[in-house]
Design a protein around this ligand. Structure first.
Ligand code: FAD
Length: 280
């Protein structure tokens, strides 16, 4: 278990708010903006949701007190989406108010396809109260083209990702080639119709295409977003070229599902893990 914790530290700041603040300040020192997420998802008990709201309020207050250059990102199912979307909305509101008082962005993560409709509903309601709310959109989903156009028409701030959840063929593209094709198509839409969006990918091909679009659509504000512990040299290179780079920093005691998702995403990570196991 201790070894697992040590390995997880590559991708997870630690278990406490102090860990998150420390890693966020370290990112800032490298010229990188931080986005902090308290790990936890799929809550069905109100007590868990209420504790999560309190955690985010403490988090915002401590990030603010420490002078972190950063934002926070929440998962709808950690704030009650599986209980009821109205309940989740009312529990995100205090976090929105705290983020607004701090003057920073509240990002809303996107989870499994079954939650997308309700998440967009929550996002749209939050957005009428505060302009600086962002929403994650997944290129693997077939519905994304329509969602993206509607959201952009209403001035939404978007984080574009490939999508981390296993979905059925009815709702999602499955092959890497199809997902990459969709990602590039949505990137182009973002450069033509959006602003202040986040290109959230570690894929060199997607980064290259973004840099090309940035040349042909000069002046469109956007940022690169990558996860803690992934492609640090690339982050430094992009910062060196004058791009805005943000790092998504998760923390909290329930890090195991997040850690497993990262391992599954890139089988080479498992090899690295086994090597360090063998090497002690
Ligand atoms: P992949 O398709 O995983 O990788 C493509 C290529 O990138 C690889 O072949 C390799 O060349 C390169 N690469 C990838 N990792 C490495 C590495 N460690 N070292 C060197 N090269 C590497 N998903 C959601 O569903 N909802 C969310 O809210 C969400 N938020 C996210 C926020 C951020 C900031 C980021 C970065 C991702 C988020 N994701 C989210 C996860 C996302 O959907 C993908 O699952 C994840 O980013 C992997 O896809 P990828 O685009 O990075 O490239």
């Amino acid at each position: 278990m201790e070894l697992l914790i040590r390995l997880a530290r590559q991708w997870v700041a630690g278990e406490t708010i102090e860990d998150a603040v420390r890693v966020a300040l370290a990112a800032n020192a490298r010229g990188i903006h931080a986005i902090v997420n308290h790990l936890g998802e799929h809550y069905r008990e109100k007590g868990q949701v209420e504790a999560t709201v309190q955690e985010y309020l403490r988090l915002v207050s401590q990030l603010r007190a420490a002078g972190v250059d950063g934002d926070v990102s929440v998962k709808p199912t950690q704030l009650g989406l599986l209980i009821d979307k109205g309940y989740a909305f009312s529990h995100i509101l205090p976090v929105l108010d705290a983020t607004k008082a701090w003057g920073r962005i509240l990002w809303v993560d996107m989870e499994a396809a079954s939650t997308v409709e309700d998440t967009i509903w929550i996002y749209e309601n939050l957005h009428t109260r505060y302009e600086r709310v962002g929403l994650c959109i997944q290129a693997n989903l077939r519905r994304t083209e329509g969602d993206l156009r509607r959201l952009l028409a209403n001035g939404a701030r978007i984080r574009l990702v490939k999508g981390a959840y296993k979905e059925t063929p009815e709702v999602a593209y499955a092959s890497r080639a199809e997902i990459d094709r969709e990602y590039v198509r949505h990137l182009e839409t973002l450069f033509k119709e959006g602003k202040d969006f986040a290109v959230a990918s570690h894929d060199g091909k997607m980064i290259e295409r973004t840099l090309e679009f940035a040349k042909t659509h000069a002046g469109v504000p956007f940022e690169f977003a990558m996860l803690q512990g992934v492609r640090d040299p690339l982050k430094a290179e992009l910062v060196g070229q004058g791009h805005l780079v943000t790092e998504y920093i998760p923390y909290g005691p329930t890090w195991l599902p997040y850690f497993s998702r990262r391992l599954r995403e890139r089988p080479r990570n498992i090899v690295t893990m086994v090597r360090s196991f063998v090497g002690g």
